[in-house]
Design a protein around this ligand. Structure first.
Ligand code: ADP
Ligand code: MG
Length: 654
């Protein structure tokens, strides 16, 4: 068992008090504090009373340091400052540029201990919250407001959804504290220029375990909390001249401090029911006050106030009788953050590897299947197109590269079957057979006369050749292009040499016509393949668009999913909060009822006590009257006797 350590810190007079020539009512002496003017008043005795000239360093070393050190060994620790407004709570807990407070000193010490403990590894998380008007706000994340209190399976009270920042050095922690302080509710009161209007709880969650090389070992993890609390000051509405929002704040502050006093007096009286749920503050401090934490309270006072300092001292006297049972919080399951972190790191590493291999996690099984199908289709089509392209592409001489689409256009103009037939009948369409004529000229090699000597009754094709000889220019390349086409090479019965041979002989017109027909057929096939390729490309485009759309739908679905889960979370929170409120109200009602019954019983006991006292008074008065009568009678008797004796004496003299 461990008593809550209570210390008093008397601060020096501040400027306002100096200016007002305030009277000094209290005097401190090591572990006692007594009134200066009223020497008969009993002194208050505590673990330690710090006089106005003692520094925060001394307060830290004597009160805070043992708790900070214990928190690194797995004990929960709580240090809080209690006192009236402007008595020096914030100065003690946070300090200023001239004198660092307990919080920065504690943070420094935590990191110092890490350096001095090479055999263990630690993980720190920091949270910072305020309780303002009975509402819990996250000071590290402005979006997290109106947080609710919950209890986990181990009956540990915690604030749900509170941001916990992982920290790796003292500066980072102090930076967070500074940022958090910017969001704290402060206000101007009569007593202090910038008075804290909220209670703040600065929490460091400390996890530690033995250092081992084998990361897979599930070692026992110590998990403790160090709570450093700067309470809002208690102030009477009269003293602050507060109104409106300030009055509401003062009311809430006083109410929660009143429940703190109430909890402390019940704990010190050993009551069975402790109303921790009366306020958010007492609920959060539950384990610090009635549990397994090591707790210290620094009650700050001003020597210039008689009543308020006295009420703080009374609070402190009650607090020092509270006992806690500090225990090391050891977690053997894999629940601790330090273990979760290790596991997460391992899984992230695996994921990274996975990504590095070019893999991607697909959102759902259905979507994966759909995408895989599309990818397969796409691949198939790409392959088909490649096949087709490899078929229709002709080897090109350097410097004369013509795009496939251009070639297709040329071919379409030239070899479309319908157009071909028309051209066969139309002598003006000489271009259609230019390649053949080119071949013809090339192979005839100077025998142009022979070509020209074709009979007039020759088939249209040949007539065309005849008629259009002039102005026709064909390059060898064009010839080569046609001849080297893989398609053409693969076509059965197409033998260019034969064709040329037939052409040069001109005698076998029928054979020539056959060859021409074969040639046409071949190009018709080519044309078909071309249109097939076109269709495929078109399909491919649609598939790509579809794929894009699908990806978009997937990402939309994903964001919908996140939104929905966020909404679900919000709704859950609202419901939980409502339940919490209901519980709180029910508790409150019960408490009031209980208190009312207690009060009524006390009133009736007091009434009967008064009645019996009245009876006693009456009896006493009656006996007093009787005594008086007896006394008077005795007196008269005595007087008469005296008179008698005097007269007898007189007689004897005479
Ligand atoms: P609280 O937080 O209790 O309202 P503060 O910590 O803001 O009060 O203190 C009020 C004023 O008194 C501040 O100007 C602070 O600097 C000064 N003060 C408080 N305690 C001390 C101290 N021990 N030594 C010097 N100045 C102090
Ligand atoms: Mg303050």
């Amino acid at each position: 068992m461990d008593n809550v350590h209570v210390a008093i810190r008397v601060r020096p007079l501040i400027k306002r008090e100096d200016d007002e020539n305030s009277q000094i009512f209290w005097q401190a002496d090591k572990n006692s504090i007594c009134q200066t003017a009223n020497k008969s008043a009993k002194p208050y005795i505590f673990d330690r009373v710090f006089a106005h000239n003692e520094s925060t360093d001394v307060v830290y070393k004597e009160i805070a340091q043992p708790i900070v050190q214990a928190s690194m060994n797995g004990y929960d620790g709580t240090i809080f400052a209690y006192g009236q407004t402007s008595s020096g709570k914030t100065h003690t807990m946070q300090g200023d540029a001239n004198e660092l407070g307990i919080i920065p000193r504690a943070v420094d010490e935590l990191f110092d201990i890490i350096d001095k403990t090479p055999e263990r590894e630690f993980l720190f998380r920091v949270s910072y919250m305020e309780i303002y008007n009975e509402i819990i706000n996250d000071l590290l994340n402005e979006e997290k407001q109106q947080l609710i209190i919950r209890e986990n399976k181990q009956r540990r009270v915690y604030v749900s959804n509170l941001h916990e920042a992982f920290v790796s050095d003292a500066d980072e922690v102090l930076d967070l504290m500074r940022k958090g302080n910017e969001h704290r509710h402060i206000g101007q009161t009569n007593m202090n220029e910038h008075s804290s209007r909220s209670h703040t709880i600065f929490k460091v969650i400390i996890e530690s375990r033995e250092r081992r090389d084998d990361e897979t070992l599930d070692l026992a993890v110590n998990c403790s909390e160090l709570n450093l609390i700067d309470l809002a000051g208690s102030e009477r509405a009269n003293d602050t001249k507060a109104h409106g929002q300030r009055l509401k704040e003062a009311g809430n502050i006083n109410r929660s401090l009143f429940s703190l006093c109430n909890v402390i007096s019940k704990l010190s009286a050993g009551a069975e029911f402790i109303p921790f749920r009366d306020s958010k503050l007492t609920r959060i401090l539950q384990s610090a006050l009635g549990g397994n934490a090591k707790t210290a309270v620094v009650c700050t006072v001003t020597p210039a106030s008689l009543d308020q300092t006295e009420s703080t001292l009374q609070f402190a006297s009650r607090a020092k009788t509270i006992t806690n049972k500090p225990e090391i919080n050891e977690i053997l399951t894999g629940e601790a953050q330090i273990q979760r972190c290790q596991k997460e790191i391992t899984s992230l590493k695996a994921q990274l590897e996975f990504y590095q291999q070019g893999q991607q996690v697909q959102p759902t099984v259905q979507e994966q299947e759909r995408i895989a199908k599309l990818e397969e289709e796409k691949l198939l089509q790409q392959r088909k197109i490649q096949q087709l392209e490899s078929m229709i592409l002709v080897s090109k001489p350097k410097g004369q590269e013509v795009s496939i689409s251009e070639k297709r256009k040329q071919r379409r103009l030239t070899w479309c079957p319908g157009a071909l037939k028309r051209r066969m009948m139309n002598t003006s369409l000489t271009d259609d057979f230019l390649p053949k004529r080119n071949v013809f000229q090339r192979l005839s090699d100077g025998s142009a006369e022979e070509v020209q000597s074709l009979p007039s009754s020759s088939p249209v094709g040949l007539n065309t050749l005849n008629d259009s000889k002039e102005g026709v220019s064909f390059s060898d390349e064009a010839f080569n292009n046609v001849q080297s086409s893989p398609v053409l090479k693969r076509q059965k019965g197409v033998r260019w040499a034969d064709h040329t041979h037939v052409a040069t002989q001109t005698s076998n017109l029928e054979e020539l016509n056959d060859k021409e027909e074969q040639f046409q057929e071949m190009f018709t096939i080519c044309e078909g393949l071309m249109s097939e390729k076109e269709k495929m490309e078109e399909q491919m485009k649609t598939t790509n668009v579809e794929l894009l759309n699908l990806n978009q739908i997937i990402s939309e679905l994903e964001s919908d999913k996140t939104e929905m889960s966020q909404e679900k979370e919000n709704l859950k929170r609202v419901i939980e909060e409502a339940e919490e409120l209901k519980l709180f109200e029910a508790d409150e009602k019960n408490m009031w009822k209980k208190e009312e019954a207690e009060l009524l019983a006390r009133v009736s006991a007091m009434e009967s006590e008064v009645a019996s006292m009245r009876g006693e008074v009456e009896a006493a008065e009656q006996s007093k009257a009787e005594m008086e009568i007896l006394h008077n009678m005795e007196k008269e008797k005595q007087e008469r006797r005296v008179k008698e004796l005097t007269s007898q004496l007189q007689l004897s003299y005479d």
